[in-house]
Ligand binder design. Structure first.
Ligand code: NAD
Length: 331
């Protein structure tokens, strides 16, 4: 298929070119994101391939479908950035990569916890400056602590198992499905409020939906333990960032680790080191000594990139050959 590939980075080209055997698909790589301003680039293509911050709203879908796009291939799991209703009404199919190495994100959430707790980032910088003092680098034993996991799908399950391995008591909340496998391993499902009040560490692994948007807000934060550690590797808008700032200022939130941010589309995946950041909320978050932000790199392992490229190319081949679309998102 003729595929217009948006938001391209060097690693996308590397992995997609490597797995696009015999140039099965004719891919044109665009660096710009797909949105209503760039949708005109799709003339002459049959498919688009997009990532987490491409904005596939009604207007974008209208333009690309008029241009001949029949399928949108998401090279990610989440699909909150696509207007499913508009795609359906224009008969544009949507495929995604539902599972690519969930361990990559679960392990990144663990990295955020360990870094925030044991302050290895600060120790590293100190030692490089010849400062071997350990003052103010006190952490806590993860073993024996209570970890609350919101959303126990693929990533949440993997994360629960890692936390059990650390000797934590693991509480879970999932609105839709309680996993017998996790229960047999010792995970205890609770009501959301119980999880919020009892956990020392809370990690978010549910998708962004109208029900989960700002699930972490002033009200839910007020129920948490004083000094709680909050981790979000799922989607930025699960947290009301302004409420989190108030929680950090009061000390209610003792540590915040985020790989995602509600307004990340204007910031992430770009080098803005020579720019003045206009977003005062992220600037305030960056200023806290107990906040750790990474720029949406939970998925970013060799294994995940291989899976993403292989599955996306297969999704496109299935569509082209009229085969059943196993990874289709149906609205
Ligand atoms: P999944 O579909 O396997 O699991 C999601 C779980 O959340 C399901 O068990 C579902 O029942 C549960 N859920 C749905 N609504 C809920 C609610 N209201 N309250 C509580 N639980 C609810 O998805 P996954 O593969 O585990 O991925 C989870 C999320 O991680 C994705 O939606 C995506 O936003 C995010 N993600 C982030 C990265 C990254 O690089 N940081 C990479 C991949 C995925």
């Amino acid at each position: 298929m003729k595929v217009a590939f948006f938001s391209t980075k060097s690693y996308d080209k590397e992995y997609f070119n490597r797995f696009n055997d015999d140039n099965l698909h004719e891919i044109t790589f665009f660096e710009v994101p797909l949105n209503n301003q760039t949708a005109g680039l799709t003339t002459g293509f049959e498919a688009v391939c997009v990532f987490v911050n491409d904005k596939i709203d009604e207007e974008t879908i209208e333009i690309i479908s008029v241009n001949g796009i029949k399928v949108i291939a998401l090279r990610c799991a989440g699909f909150n950035n696509v207007d499913l209703k508009a795609a359906k009404s224009r008969s544009v199919s949507i495929v995604r990569v539902p599972a690519y190495s969930p361990e990559s994100v679960a392990e990144h959430a663990t990295a955020l916890i360990l870094t925030l707790n044991r302050k290895t980032h600060k120790a590293y910088n100190r030692v490089r400056e010849g400062n071997f003092s350990i003052e103010n680098l006190t952490g806590f034993n993860l073993s024996g602590k209570t970890v609350g996991v919101i959303g126990t799908g693929l990533i949440g399950s993997s994360f629960c198992k890692i936390m059990l391995g650390f000797g934590c008591k693991v509480l879970a909340y999932d609105d839709i499905y309680e996993s017998p496998d996790l229960i047999s391993k010792g995970v205890q499902y609770k009501k959301l409020d119980e999880l919020l009040t009892q956990s020392d560490v809370i990690s978010l692994h549910c998708p962004l939906t109208p029900e989960t948007a700002h699930i972490i807000n002033a009200n839910s934060i007020s129920k948490m333990k004083n000094g709680v550690m909050l981790i979000n590797t799922s989607r930025g808008a699960l947290i009301n960032a302004k409420d989190a700032i108030e929680g950090l200022k009061s000390g209610k939130i003792g540590y915040l680790g985020i790989d995602v941010y509600e307004q990340e589309a204007d910031l992430f995946f770009q080098d803005l080191s020579e720019s003045v950041i206009q977003d005062d909320v992220i600037s305030r978050l960056i200023s806290f000594p107990n906040v750790l932000i990474t720029g949406h790199l939970g998925f970013f392992t060799k294994e995940a990139l291989e899976e993403i490229a292989t599955i996306t190319l297969n999704n496109l081949s299935d569509f082209e050959n009229g085969r059943e679309l196993l990874n289709e998102i149906k609205s």
